[in-house]
Design a protein around this ligand. Structure first.
Ligand code: SF4
Length: 350
């Protein structure tokens, strides 16, 4: 047992002893796929400190408490997307002033990946603004995956919907993760997107999962959804046959020109609660504090880490949205005593 593991264990045991009045809601060892709305609601309703305590117990059971994964996201094909996701500046349906570009050349993508690796990233995520990839693009996509893998980083792609054949090809190339978010609850979804259905999304996730690729799937908070919708989204994710190995929880970054461009800011405490419930419901998943960090104070981010978030995106840009600069992140990590998580630390990873 390493010293750090022993410290983590002792701390967990001590905290459990120090809280005799608490009725435990969760068993940190248990991985469940049958969460009810009422159970998740009861977690959301806990006093804040009790919720964070529960989340910490679960978090420390499966992860090193002071490690946070550093991922970098590159837009390999920007804008001109035929979908109408109401939060997205890359949709061709909205006038956001964004210039569309073609699929980046493989060498340029690899040069960016090298920089990300030097800056400490262990996962490299590549995103294309497509409804789905064309078969003719798959050679370049696979060359990007191979090149990034050779650098020793985990690879993740987000390319929209995928056919069975395309999933097979990605799996054969050794893609580690595929990102495809459910975005929100099934009930609220039609308010945000009309060009593809919730079911389409679940089917893509199923294909990816069945091909043995790790799934990255989460959603966005702050699109006008109700507290019930937030529970609905977590219920969808937590009751999938396998929990997504990565669960990004985004705070909406309102984009000028999009239907959600004037949305109200999310209450940071509500957002922390969302992270904590995600951590408890999906104990072995890496929960990512994804877009929206730029809108959060350092204190709010620290609470998100305390609630069980253990991944962030580093780099100045998240596709088209701003992200905190690397120096700021490094300083925050130092203040909080957080260390970067090594690649392949997710206990549920295939
Ligand atoms: S979120 Fe993705 S699929 Fe939706 S409009 Fe933006 S780029 Fe297209």
């Amino acid at each position: 047992m390493t010293i750090q593991t022993r410290i983590d264990q002792n701390r967990t045991e001590d905290s459990a002893k120090m809280q005799p009045g608490i009725t435990r809601r969760t068993n940190p060892d248990e991985i469940r796929h049958d969460w009810t709305r009422e159970e998740l609601q009861a977690l959301f309703d806990l006093p804040f400190n009790d919720l964070l305590f529960e989340a910490q117990l679960v978090h420390r059971r499966w992860f090193k408490a002071h490690e946070v994964q550093m991922s970098t996201l590159l837009s390999i094909k920007t804008g001109g997307c035929p979908e109408d996701c109401g939060y997205c500046a890359q949709s061709a349906k909205f006038d956001t002033g964004l210039k569309a570009s073609k699929l980046m050349e493989v060498e340029k993508v690899l040069a960016e990946a090298r920089k990300a690796k030097e800056a400490g990233a262990t996962r490299y995520c590549m995103g294309a603004a497509w409804r789905e990839p064309k078969d003719r693009d798959m050679d370049m996509i696979c060359a990007m995956i191979e090149g990034v893998k050779e650098m020793g980083m985990e690879t993740c792609m987000t390319l929209g919907m995928l056919s069975g054949q395309q999933v097979h090809r990605l799996a054969q190339t050794g893609l580690d993760y595929y990102n495809h978010n459910v975005d929100t609850s099934e009930e609220y979804y039609p308010n945000v997107i009309s060009t593809r259905t919730y079911q389409d999304r679940l089917e893509t996730l199923e294909r990816v999962r069945n091909a043995g690729i790790n799934v990255c799937s989460g959603g966005i908070v702050g699109m006008g959804e109700s507290a019930d919708d937030r529970i609905g989204m977590l219920m969808t994710l937590a009751n999938l046959p396998e929990h997504p190995q990565s669960v990004p929880i985004n705070m909406l970054m309102p984009m000028e020109g999009t239907p959600l461009g004037r949305s109200e800011k999310v209450d940071p405490i509500d957002f922390v609660r969302m992270i904590a419930v995600a951590r408890i419901a999906m104990p072995q998943s890496v929960v990512r504090l994804a877009a929206g960090r730029e809108l959060m104070s350092e204190e709010a981010q620290a609470l998100c880490f305390l609630a069980g978030a253990n991944s962030i995106f580093v780099g100045e840009k998240l596709l088209t949205a701003k992200n905190p600069e690397e120096d700021k992140d490094r300083r925050l990590f130092e203040k909080l005593g957080i260390a970067p998580m090594p690649a392949h630390s997710c206990p549920a990873e295939k």
